[in-house]
Design a protein around this ligand. Structure first.
Ligand code: BTN
Length: 248
């Protein structure tokens, strides 16, 4: 059974010591008509990542999913995911971590100056709606918070490793406050995202539904798409997986 507690953020909190996936629980609540609820767990036993990957979620991390029902078109939905990555990076930076964003929405910590990084947090947004309007969004955020190096997947880091343990309640509160601020001011999302982007200026390989491209990431558009200069000209990438390459 869920225990509830209050945070000074404009969301009600449903807390679980252990849950399958906070996104699954958020989807259930959303289907029942709930809004502005954050489902929070100490541990997930069925955590899910993007692209049907598993998401390791032991006790000590921040595993949270927010249900919101914005009056927007589905094309705007990616802005909520970017907003969550900005909110997460901001809360991590306040905790003393050099958190940056790898396009589209991984929160990473740079290693050296060549675009190398370790992953600190990821976002998984799920949505229900019609072609012209969103009914609800479940924005799931997974942060490797108070976790030891040996509890992390390869290529990952944690707040504990980078800056020491945090008060997870305080962290979630800051994350939700920032997310709320950006969902109320969607025009501020991409500029804030651009300021934190580690990907801009990098040589990248992007695996898109339409095929792979390699080039230099030069900017993001107003809607959050990545602008890549390739040998064959400029490409605008709206969805895909992006890898930073070593400079040549
Ligand atoms: C990614 O692949 O980078 C996204 C990871 C998203 C993980 C979070 S943890 C809270 C929420 N519940 C889940 O099952 N997944 C998301």
């Amino acid at each position: 059974p869920a225990v509830e507690f209050e945070l000074e953020a404009p969301f009600s909190i449903e807390y679980h010591d252990s849950v399958g996936s906070t996104n699954d629980r958020a989807r259930e609540l959303a289907a029942e008509g709930a809004t502005d609820v954050a489902v929070l767990a100490d541990e997930q036993v069925g955590g899910r990542g993007r692209l049907e990957r598993e998401w390791s979620s032991p006790s000590g991390g921040v595993w949270v999913s927010v249900v919101t029902r914005p009056a927007v078109a589905p094309a705007q939905a990616p802005l909520y995911t970017l907003a969550a990555s900005v909110a997460t990076a901001t809360a991590a930076r306040e905790a003393g971590v050099d958190a940056r964003i790898k396009w589209p929405n991984d929160v990473v910590v740079p290693v050296g100056d060549d675009g190398d990084y370790r992953k600190l947090a990821g976002i998984l947004t799920e949505m229900e709606g019609e072609t012209d309007r969103v009914e609800w969004l479940a924005v799931g955020v997974g942060v490797n918070a108070n976790l030891d190096a040996d509890a992390l997947p390869e290529g990952a880091t944690s707040i504990r490793e980078e800056a020491g343990d945090i008060d997870r309640r305080r962290f979630v509160q800051r994350l939700l406050e920032e997310f709320d601020r950006y969902r109320e001011d969607l025009e501020a999302v991409v500029p804030a995202w651009r300021d934190l982007a580690l990907t801009i200026g990098q040589r990248v390989r992007v695996d898109r539904p339409a095929g792979e491209i390699v080039g230099e990431a030069v900017d993001v558009t107003e809607s959050g798409a990545l602008v890549v200069e390739t040998e064959n000209g400029q490409e605008i990438v709206t969805a895909g997986d992006c890898e930073h390459l070593r400079p040549v």
